[in-house]
Write a protein that binds this ligand. Sequence first.
Ligand code: KIV
Length: 271
Amino acid sequence: MSVHSQVRRVTTHVLHEMKLRGEKIAMLTAYDYSMARILDGAGIDVILVGDSASNVMAGHETTVPITLNEMIYHAAGVVRGVKRALVVVDLPFGTYQGNSKEALASAIRILKETGAHAVKMEGGREILESVSRILSAGIPVMGHLGLTPQSIHKFGTYVVRAQEQDEARKLVEDAHLLEKTGVFGIVLEKIPAKLAEEVSTSLRIPIIGIGAGPDVDGQVLVLHDMLGITQEFSPRFLRRYHNLNQEIHGAVENYIVDVKRKDFPNEREQY
Ligand code: KIV
């Protein structure tokens, strides 16, 4: 029997067990109670309250502007909708880089005020002190390497990362450093599939890919992208499982027509 079908609550230990058994981990983002309930009911292993909320919920161009209070608002709703999945919350830009005390204070606020189980942080060697301090308080941390959207103004573009040897070597070293420091897993975003495979096979912790090929321990997508709510974002790695944008558009058009022609509400829809 699979680990996935046996557990009543997904923990970081369950994810390690899944990696050991070669069972893939399914992870998606969510930002609110209603969606989180649907994902959890469908059996998702991990829900990420991603700072992609900055893009898909708030309409910002990047993930940079979202605040800790906003992340806490989203995460608290998600946690209320979840019975089984592990809930991981992104520490937003500016709340952990360069000051490990502030990083710990941010992570504590997330766990205390939302009930989430873990935090995710972007970066390698440059954030190790913050990672270590948060871990020492007993808060599980997930790493994030490769394309790290919080650094968009440094990189300048969202192209595939670590294609050059130097950057690839640094990424592998950072992944090992993060594992040694104690993170329970790492997200690898938009890097060559071969490099992701190398990281996954050389580390004991689960590696979750987004645009990192099939040979990692699990996959994550942004919910609004995979459901086809967002339309303008179409990277090669994105598989759309629905066209909700069109479905919602059609439903709203039908509603408008019904209201305008006084068809809604009818006799059965009133008191
Ligand atoms: O914020 C987010 O949604 C993420 C995923 C792309 C992994 O970090």
